[in-house]
Design a protein around this ligand. Sequence first.
Ligand code: FAD
Length: 626
Amino acid sequence: INDVEHLACDVLVIGAGGAGLRAAVEARLAGKSVIVISKSLFGKAHTVMAEGGAAAAMGNVNSNDNWQVHFRDTMRGGKFLNNYRMAEIHAQEAPDRIWELETYGALFDRTADGKISQRNFGGHEYPRLAHVGDRTGLELIRTLQQKLVSLQQDDEAAGESEDKLQVIDETTITELFTDGGAVKGAFGYRRSTGRFIAIAAPAIVLATGGIGRSFKVTSNSWEYTGDGHALAMRAGAKLINMEFIQFHPTGMVWPPSVRGILVTESVRGDGGILKNSEGKRFMFDYIPEVFKAQYADNPEEADRWYTDPDTNRRPPELLPRDEVARAINSEVKAGRGTEHGGVYLDIASRRDAETIRKKLPSMYHQFKELADVDITAEPMEVGPTCHYIMGGIEVDADTTASAVAGLFAAGEVSGGMHGSNRLGGNSLSDLLVFGKRAGEYAAEHASASEPPKLTDAEIAAAAEEALRPFGNDGENPYALQNAMQAINGRLVGIIRKAGELEEALTELATLKERIANVSAGGGRAYNPGWHLALDLRNMYVCSVATAMAALERDESRGGHTREDAPGMNPEWRKVNLVASLDGEDVRLTRQAVPTMTPGLLGLFETTELSKYMTPEEYQSSSTEQE
Ligand code: FAD
């Protein structure tokens, strides 16, 4: 405990994905000293894996596109449970954030006339995703990293200390320090040595991404254990909408070692279709009532749409993700799945080999190398995989501030923006838009704050907690993670029921004590067992929050499907479920979803609103409009 590395800065950014890096850039541009921490190697965050692109209504490919259409699509995708103000800011600011990336050195794919090209994606009315082949996230991270380096070089040229913008990777934050309801710093350890680190900061941005590792079949990599969600709760912030988890419809299902790895939606955006084991293109059977007006009900019209989107409706393979995932699940359950329990995704019979290799280079290599499948010649086998959590830290839409003073959140760890279901491509734009705002407002908060002081006692307590697994002679962390994944996969997965959710909560409760008793052998250097032991308590509170909210919300909406409560209930549309910690226990309360302004309501037809809202809501909106 004597050997703790002490650091201080104005703005501490936890997480070096797109949201964290964009926040760091903004806070440094505002003149603040910044430290960015990442659990994995610098440059290896989820953001780097994003394939499809970033949604922004630039109107480059179809000039009918604009922020209002993007806003509408986002609200529809989220089934109107979104924080409307976040969706509005996001739709308005995304194009500027994309352009700005080019000024930082990014280079997106181009249209024939030299504009940033945009591709089709599920739920987006027009081609909207700015992309770099199917490696968009890589370009985004590369560019933001380059921007950080250029800011460091500017500092050096101006004779500023190197400490003004530091990146510390392979370091996990395990605690936030608070005082009087405000954050004042964080505690963690360097993964390679196990050495502790304590950072004093009056403003902290959480940008830690998602929770996917609580499920066995997931597109998420090892570090996504809900750390930011749990850190925020323990500091006194609230999580909203934790029941809404996105199961991406197309993960690899075979071989077992790669089960869950993502197959980008661009395959469908670029012409791929879904078929069952009988060879039937089944998505036409699964177009829900609310989407009938926008989706083709026959293959001829669906195919015409690729070249003539103005007079034809879109293919049903491009329905929002929740709809497609449920449809695949139903086909497999009905015995029409593939040999390995998925369905077929076929682009080979639809596009020539050269086009496929050019537009989907990563997918081509992924299947060739991991599954020995040539996607230009044969179909892929795919099935749903846990991909993204819509739920997260409740934040103020404009400033990204949480309920705890000085604590901000952006990117996947925050909640509200995507309502009950996120549209593909809306995450990369989300993290640019709100990452920037988080950096801006965190810097502002730091300017108005005194530099905080951390006490020896609080650092010692955090260190003791982190070392606890070494003193235990108890459970194996991997066994506990497997047990939690099994509970979540079996009872809190894509289709849920009250009885099973109750069972999940009972089973999770038995894990609580076992997790408190988790043990780690070996030393502190390079010890993944110890690291997982510390992650487990985060995964646990997130899992409990999800199961509790899923039990409470007895309707089906977006990323939450209750077999025993099918269909959306307009009364539930008005409710956010809020999870907070009461001591160590998760507490769930209800809170009203913010009511859309009349101006924004006016962007929708009353007939559409009537599918989601109570008559009082949409009638009052139409009266206000007149
Ligand atoms: P991340 O990029 O997930 O970064 C989180 C950071 O936090 C990492 O640096 C991590 O190491 C760090 N961290 C976590 N816990 C701690 C801790 N305790 N201490 C310190 N650091 C910590 N979205 C799109 O819009 N378009 C796409 O095409 C797309 N494709 C995707 C493909 C894949 C395979 C996946 C998995 C996701 C995809 N998404 C896509 C979703 C999108 O990539 C993510 O939601 C988004 O990148 C999240 O960004 P973020 O900045 O919030 O967090």
